[in-house]
Write a protein of this length. Structure first.
Length: 114
């Protein structure tokens, strides 16, 4: 008679501690995935905020350049006006001096403004 081979079917039921550990690990994994998702969302929000800030900075720099240009033009204009005013003032002073000389030569007394 041939020897009988006993075959026992392995049990596919994990032990209770291993099952509990697997559940804990699965929960932890879920928590980490949620935290990763929140972190990626925060990163995306920060990127968008940085982009908006960068755009505001670019606009501010362009405005500063325009203001500096306008200020330079105004300074040049004010210098031109000051020169024209000085030339006009000198011309009027010469006219007044000439008028005083003519009056003195005509022997008309003009009260001094001093």
């Amino acid at each position: 008679m041939a020897p009988a081979i006993a075959y026992s079917k392995p049990q596919h039921r994990p032990e209770l501690p291993a099952l509990a550990e697997q559940e804990v690990l699965q929960k932890r994994n879920d928590e980490l995935e949620k935290e990763l998702k929140r972190s990626l969302e925060r990163e995306e929000n920060m990127k968008q905020e940085l982009q908006r800030t960068w755009e505001r900075l670019r606009v501010a720099e362009e405005a500063e350049e325009r203001l500096c240009s306008q200020l330079g033009e105004l300074e040049a204009e004010s210098v031109d006006q000051a020169r024209a005013y000085r030339v006009r003032l000198m011309s009027l002073m010469e006219q007044l001096s000439t008028a005083q000389k003519v009056l003195q030569q005509a022997s008309i007394s003009v009260p001094s403004s001093q």
